[in-house]
Design a protein around this ligand. Structure first.
Ligand code: HEM
Length: 517
């Protein structure tokens, strides 16, 4: 890289870093736009910090900078895990934050009503979407409506063949590349998961898998890749700062990132058209939701699905449903391919399926389901810290008072590695869930890593179906596949920046013998 480019990259990093700390306050209730005063105030009040009785590093009484540093470099998961290993299940990583890796607390935080509230997010799209709704009543109504289209039954009835077709195409593309070289499965799973969630949300396919080679020219695919990051930026920085960033950093990528959520939001009109068309030939998830509401005799729900709601939820589904599923699939493939005997057994299990197998058949396969369950436990894309704010009069954890206003973060990454809950917790053991029925419910839910209580993952049935179909089709079609040359365990270390992703950013696989080191 030229000296000029290095300078530009440094300046960009410095700008982001400065804005992050100066513009964004650090209190959980501190909106974007709060100023440096919040940091200074926290520094001074560190001596009287009302969480000083919670174990944690000395600096966390005074500043959030260390946590923010780890957030920026991407190793927040490992940093949090290290804190829990050193200080125990209850830790203070920042002046106003308590992190817990205690399963009992996890249950309490996510299941008790009215004590822990979702953190307020600034309005990124014109209407709040499910994930950002904080009012429990509003959330309940919206959730009931959306969940109707996302049950396993509805998905199997209306979408399974279409999802399977996308998966088959992705596996064909991977096979095509891997036969003569290497295929980066991470990239293909991302395009496939984006195609699936777009098809379901809009009611028509943008055929991104077909256009994958032209990806640089595809405005929408680019926007999809950036939409999560774009939303995170809008959460961190107020509009004028983003406009200034666009002005001082006139690079196409910067513009693409900042504009991504607007572009995706604008495309929501396609979903609305297909939903509102009389006898639409292109129904989408929202049509399913209304049809299911009609069947349940709750046709009045129609009025709650306004155009703005549909646009916001489409944007949310695209963010929540693509990266999470794609990265999860990448870890499943990696875990199996790095263990040749496991790979052979799984290949044999899925090879024995009839050609016209369906998702119901897959539920009966012990090894396939064991591999998916164990991959979710160790590498779930849902294992980033989940935040809530304590309201009312506060709570008590392990006899330690946690005052109202504190942000509590539950951390399943550490729980899933806790030897007391999962013996030899760091080891991948595909038989761990063989006797799942004997396993306590709490343990099973922690391992599944789709959240808990009323705010758990509303897309869990879709995600699980995609994981089953894709894993089965991949190991049926790609018999003998191995990890590509140069793939190391270090490259697959989990990183967190908005979303969880492998540190190396890719997972190459190959079917060519001589390429394997
Ligand atoms: C392997 C894939 C996935 C994983 C690991 C995952 C994980 C999670 C987790 C842990 C939560 C709870 C977060 C919290 O407590 O704050 C969540 C919420 C959510 N997920 Fe997923 N998810 C996945 C796939 C999907 C898909 C495919 C969709 C799209 C339909 C989706 C939509 C959502 C939404 C809308 C919420 C917010 C629910 C609410 O607040 O009521 N997720 N997800």
């Amino acid at each position: 890289m030229s000296a000029f480019m290095s300078l530009l990259v440094c300046a960009y990093g410095l700008l982001i870093f400065t804005f992050y700390f100066v513009v964004k306050g650090i209190r959980p209730d501190c909106p974007a736009g709060a100023n440096l005063g919040s940091h200074v105030q926290t520094l001074i009040s560190g001596f009287r910090n009302n969480l000083s009785h919670i174990p944690g590093p000395w600096y966390s009484r005074f500043t959030s900078l260390v946590n923010h540093y780890h957030r920026i470099v991407g190793d927040e998961l490992q940093w949090f895990h290290g804190l829990h290993q050193r200080y125990g299940p209850l830790v203070r990583p920042e002046p106003y934050v308590v992190a817990t890796a205690d399963p009992g607390h996890w249950e309490q935080v996510h299941r008790s009503r009215g004590i822990f509230m979702k953190i307020e997010f600034p309005l990124i799209v014109p209407e709040k979407f499910l994930f950002t709704l904080t009012d429990p009543h509003e959330h309940r109504i919206r959730r009931r409506l959306l969940a109707r289209g996302l049950t396993l039954d509805t998905l199997r009835r209306n979408w399974e063949p279409a999802i399977r077709a996308k998966v088959e195409l992705a596996v064909r593309c991977i096979k095509g590349e891997a036969t003569s070289g290497v295929a980066n499965v991470s990239r293909w799973w991302y395009i496939m998961a984006s195609d699936v969630i777009s098809l379901l949300s809009f009611g028509e396919s943008f055929d991104m898998l077909e256009k994958a080679d032209l990806k640089e020219n595809d405005e929408f695919l680019t926007a999809l890749q950036f939409v999560g990051f774009s939303m995170a930026l809008q959460w961190l920085f107020p509009g004028p700062v983003l406009r200034l960033l666009k002005l001082v950093l006139p690079f196409q990528t910067v513009h693409d990132i900042i504009n991504a959520s607007n572009l995706v939001f604008a495309r929501g009109s396609i979903a609305i058209r297909n939903l509102r068309a009389v006898n639409s030939e292109k129904p989408n998830l929202f049509s399913d939701m209304l049809a299911e509401a009609d069947k349940a005799g709750e046709g009045g729900e129609k009025s709650k699905l306004t155009d703005e709601t549909v646009r916001s939820e489409v944007a949310e589904f695209l963010v929540a449903g693509a990266d999470t599923t794609a990265v999860m699939l990448t870890y499943i493939v990696w875990e199996v391919l790095r263990q040749p005997s496991l790979r052979s057994r799984l290949e044999a299990e899925v090879a024995a399926l009839p050609p016209d197998f369906n998702d119901t058949d897959l539920l009966a396969l012990p090894l396939l389901n064991g591999v998916i369950a164990e991959s979710l436990r160790l590498h779930s894309t849902g294992s980033s810290p989940a935040s809530r704010v304590v309201v009312q009069d506060g709570v008590t954890f392990n006899s330690l008072p946690i005052p109202a206003g504190t942000q509590v973060q539950t951390f399943t990454y550490s729980m899933a590695r806790d030897n007391a809950l999962f013996p030899d917790g760091e080891r991948f053991d595909e038989t761990r869930f063989d006797d799942e029925k004997q396993m306590p419910d709490l343990q099973r839910r922690i391992a599944a890593n789709f959240g808990s209580g009323s705010r758990s993952c509303v897309g869990v049935a879709l995600a699980r179906m995609e994981l089953r179909l894709t894993t089965a089709l991949f190991f049926r079609e790609m018999r003998g596949a191995r990890l590509g040359p140069g793939m190391t365990d270090d490259m697959m270390e989990m990183r967190l920046r908005c979303f969880i992703y492998p540190k190396g950013g890719k997972c190459d696989v190959t079917l060519v013998d001589k390429m394997v080191q």
